[in-house]
Design a binder for this molecule. Structure first.
Ligand SMILES: Cc1cc2nc3c(=O)[nH]c(=O)nc-3n(C[C@H](O)[C@H](O)[C@H](O)COP(=O)(O)O)c2cc1C
Length: 184
């Protein structure tokens, strides 16, 4: 079938679902779900969160304190994490409102989500405004993170019950592991 451009774009699915935490300069904490999130560079370790330009709290807070935390969403708290999409008064804490909890991060002042089994702590290094686009990219310099499940000294992505976002209210679980030989 031929696809119109936006439908073709969404072939880039599913993507990990993240609950992104940020903090305003007044110390208020914000949390919202994002799935346009990905790795960008290894050296230095950079990642991005693509944020719609309609004046989201995540952008405003990240610009104020220059930090954010990507908290990966597991099935156990998925509905509560997705509830955090609600547009509350700026500064009202979505985590408290929807039954989730904050815990101190190790390398940034912005708190992490206690329920998250894996987190990525970032300093905001740059904001990119792609020409004529409706999203901006928050570029994060990864300064640390945590993962509650490990196997052979590496994060065990199979044990965290992470959920992937397809589109709208459609999600999937991380699927079966497949090992392939690589040419280098
Ligand atoms: C699973 C899921 C993924 C989402 N991914 C994005 C995304 O990648 N970028 C974006 O701008 N909005 C995304 N949204 C919508 C934001 O969560 C929503 O606009 C939210 O109100 C933003 O909150 P904030 O103003 O506190 O940042 C997503 C929503 C859900 C439920």
């Amino acid at each position: 079938m031929e696809l119109e451009p936006v439908k073709a774009l969404f072939l880039l699915s599913p993507r990990l679902t993240a609950l992104v935490t940020t903090m305003g300069k007044n110390g208020k904490v914000n949390a919202a779900p994002y799935s346009f999130v990905g790795p960008l560079s290894i050296n230095p370790p950079l990642c991005y969160v693509s944020v719609g330009k309609e004046g989201k709290d995540t952008e405003a807070f990240a610009l104020q304190t220059k930090q954010f935390v990507i908290n990966l969403v597991s099935e156990e708290f998925a509905q509560k994490a997705i509830n955090c999409e609600a547009k509350l008064e700026r500064g009202e804490n979505e985590l408290e409102k929807f039954g989730l909890h904050m815990t101190a991060s190790k390398n940034v002042t912005v708190p992490s989500v206690k329920e998250a089994k894996a987190t990525i702590e970032c300093n905001l290094s740059e904001v990119i405004n792609p020409k004529d686009s409706d999203h901006i990219l928050l570029i994060g310099r990864v300064v640390g993170g945590k993962c509650l499940f490990e196997k052979n000294g590496k994060p065990d992505m199979d044990s965290m019950n992470l959920i992937m976002h397809v589109a709208k209210g459609h999600f999937r679980k991380v699927g079966k592991r497949i090992d392939l030989k690589r040419n280098k």
